[in-house]
Write a protein that binds this ligand. Structure first.
Ligand code: ZN
Length: 408
């Protein structure tokens, strides 16, 4: 196995989560009686470029089947985040009705709709046909394809180069990162800017966010590594922001190496220095992760066993992919967690992959009156605690298990 960026031979394990079913393969009642496929889930780290990556990515092609394509039910806070970004970037780059914006992995148009509102021409690129259809229905031109050099050349030939290319939470999913970033270079106008958001590997490691690891996430980036990859393809990262989204993300700003109109901000230098001082350019930084994750696992399992012993009732909230990684690595099944509530009607009536915990409507909480509600998507825990504040009436309490077990 070679590094998907620099092709150096990979020999160092970062974490072994043993195995898991595909994180979004929710099961019907009938499928509970069938065989369920578990794939190995192990990450390696490259000692040359420090890219953390999934062990076997051919398998994830099999996993990424057509029926995987779910509508992302975006939370209100994520939509607010998108709107604030659009206002900021229009102002910062001086975009107007003569500009052209491209978003890669544009989904159902959740972000481009705000450009459209301001009459700024935009184009979505989205490989999943049914979400692309939803975007077209709200009037956003969308190409149903994966992005790379080939598509970038065709756009460029049609005079469709961009002043701004956006990619949020897409870098982790890209199998051929070199082809993807080389495509950005081709599709970007001479003075154009690329912004990309992705979870920061530093936060993942330092806050034990191992539940954000699943088969569809092929790569995990530090700022250092992202910069090296863009640099190799003639793009310079000239600014970076640290965002609270998804437990700590980076928003990077790239331009052509040749574009002298935007100077490199002090943020770039400061973050590179910070990553280095934390040890992100040394192997030992990555080698300690497994032990920290295992501590989280044992504390969490202990908590659940204790509640069982004392006949306390535990339910969970949020049937998100990250919950499945946590529950499967911890070997938790429906004997320890009664059910999980999810707002999405697509998921209600289904069962979580691996753990087989049933997904139900929120009303079940009032009926069951759990002593503890475990919040699986901890990144939106404030939103959820507010929404479920009524559990205090029967002295119910909330629990998160990451970065460590906390009851509140
Ligand atoms: Zn490498």
């Amino acid at each position: 196995m070679k590094c998907r960026f620099c092709h150096h031979k990979l020999t160092h394990e970062f974490i072994d989560l043993i195995n898991a079913p595909p994180s979004n393969s929710f099961l019907t009642k009938y499928q509970l009686n069938e065989l369920e496929v578990f794939y190995p889930l192990k990450l390696l780290v490259c000692e040359k470029c420090w890219l953390v990556q999934v062990d076997e990515y051919k398998k994830s092609d099999e996993i990424f089947s057509e029926d995987y394509a779910y509508f992302s039910s975006y939370s209100k806070s994520w939509l607010d985040h998108a709107r604030r970004y659009v206002d900021m970037i229009i102002d910062r780059l001086g975009l107007n009705s003569r500009s052209h914006v491209i978003e890669i992995a544009s989904n159902d148009g959740y972000l481009l709709q705000y450009f459209k509102e301001k009459q700024i021409p935009c184009l979505g690129i989205e490989p999943s046909a049914n979400t692309a259809m939803a975007a077209r229905e709200i009037g956003i031109e969308t190409i149903v394809e994966f992005f790379g050099v080939d598509l970038a050349r065709r756009l460029s030939l049609k005079g469709k180069k961009a002043d701004l290319i956006i990619g949020n939470n897409v870098l982790a999913h890209v199998p051929d990162i070199n082809d993807f970033v080389a495509g950005l270079k081709i599709a970007l106008k001479d003075n154009g800017v690329v912004t990309m958001e992705f979870p920061h590997l530093m936060c993942l490691i330092e806050q034990n966010q191992f539940d954000t690891i699943y088969h569809e996430h092929l790569s995990y980036y530090s700022f250092y590594t992202a910069r090296r990859i863009f640099e190799k393809h003639g793009l310079e990262l000239f600014d970076v922001e640290q965002l609270p989204t998804h437990g700590g993300s980076l928003r990077i700003y790239a331009r052509h190496k040749e574009d002298a109109s935007k100077s490199i901000t002090p943020n770039v230098v400061a973050l590179l220095k910070e990553e280095e001082s934390r040890g992100m350019l040394t192997l030992s930084y990555y080698k300690g992760f497994q032990a920290n994750v295992d501590k989280v696992k044992y504390d969490f399992v202990n908590f659940l066993l204790n509640q069982k012993k004392h006949r306390k009732k535990v339910a969970a909230y949020g049937a998100a992919a990250k919950g499945n990684t946590l529950l499967n690595y911890c070997g938790v099944k429906k004997d320890l967690i009664e059910f999980v509530v999810d707002a999405s009607s697509h998921k209600q009536g289904m069962f979580l992959p691996g753990s087989h915990i049933p997904v139900v409507k929120e009303e079940e909480i009032t009926r069951f009156k759990p002593d503890y509600v475990l919040i699986l998507p901890w990144n939106i825990k404030n939103e959820i605690t507010e929404q479920l504040s009524y559990i205090r009436k029967w002295e119910g309490r909330f629990v998160v298990s990451i970065p460590e077990i906390r009851i509140f």
